[in-house]
Design a protein around this ligand. Structure first.
Ligand code: ZN
Length: 276
């Protein structure tokens, strides 16, 4: 093939690099070109000592927004990304497919051409919403990793364990939201991690327990805080704040503490288990 083809770059290439290998792959009728390159990374490794505290941020990822400890909220648009998947048309297609599968199993016949066509349509919808989401995440994580030198997030695995226990008796819908949240959180924090470490910056994961229930000003733990409470109102010190921003401040504080840079609050665990 000698024709020039248009292609879309997912990332900028560095100014000087040595090309090692080009791999072309095909997925769902699309071609992907992966370039393996070697280049000199001139990013300066940051040290704990020269870290500017104003360039440190805590992030709390939620279904609807990403809360930052600098008091800002970034919409996740997660509902938009999943609109196609949970639309009536899509669900109708999936029901149709399962009926066809059942029929072919029962009658021991081969799957029809129409089955394959519908499956291609379904895959396309999945792929499209996944691509839009990952593009959007790339934009946010690039911006954040350029702007900040230390980013603190919650440790996903621990969060899973604590959430699973609570979710047992909650409606199936929350389970669905939760799975979206888990995969998104994982994808998002992986992107942040490689972008920050690539630039010689810091990425820290902290224990997620009580990040929502703890007051970011006085450290008081509000055990009756529910998911419905959008505002965190502290009875002890009067602090009134967006619940997710409150959490992001606690996340930042824990991250800084692990660097020996934090303002010392009493141990959140001691507070949480104290019977008042
Ligand atoms: Zn308080």
């Amino acid at each position: 093939m000698n024709t020039a083809l248009k292609m879309r770059y997912h990332r900028e290439l560095p100014k000087e690099y040595k090309l090692n290998q080009i791999t072309i792959s095909k997925s769902h009728n699309k071609y992907f070109v992966s370039l393996s390159i070697t280049y000199e990374n001139k990013a300066l490794l940051m040290s704990k000592e020269n870290l500017n505290i104003n360039k440190a941020i805590g992030i709390d990822l939620n279904i609807n927004d990403i809360a930052l400890s600098n008091q800002s909220l970034i919409p996740t648009n997660s509902k938009n990304f999943n609109v196609a998947k949970y639309s009536k048309i899509f669900q109708r297609l999936q029901r149709k497919q399962s009926r066809r599968l059942l029929k072919s199993k029962k009658e021991k016949t081969k799957l029809s051409v129409n089955f394959k066509k519908t499956q291609q349509r379904i895959n396309k919808i999945y792929e499209k919403s996944a691509n839009i989401k990952s593009d959007y995440y790339h934009k946010i994580t690039s911006k954040l990793s350029n702007e900040f030198d230390l980013i603190v997030v919650e440790n996903l695995q621990v969060k899973n364990m604590t959430k699973r226990a609570k979710l047992k008796n909650v409606k199936a819908k929350s389970g669905l939201n939760k799975s979206i949240l888990d995969t998104s959180f994982y994808q998002f924090s992986k992107m942040l991690e490689y972008k920050l470490t690539h630039n010689g910056k810091f990425f820290v994961k902290v224990n997620p327990q009580y990040t929502s229930k703890t007051c970011s000003v006085c450290g008081n733990v509000k055990d009756d805080l529910t998911l419905k409470d959008r505002k965190y109102i502290c009875e002890k010190c009067g602090n009134t704040i967006h619940r997710d921003i409150n959490a992001s401040l606690n996340i930042l504080e824990r991250g800084l503490k692990s660097f020996g840079l934090g303002i010392s609050l009493e141990d959140y665990k001691l507070k949480a288990f104290r019977v008042s």
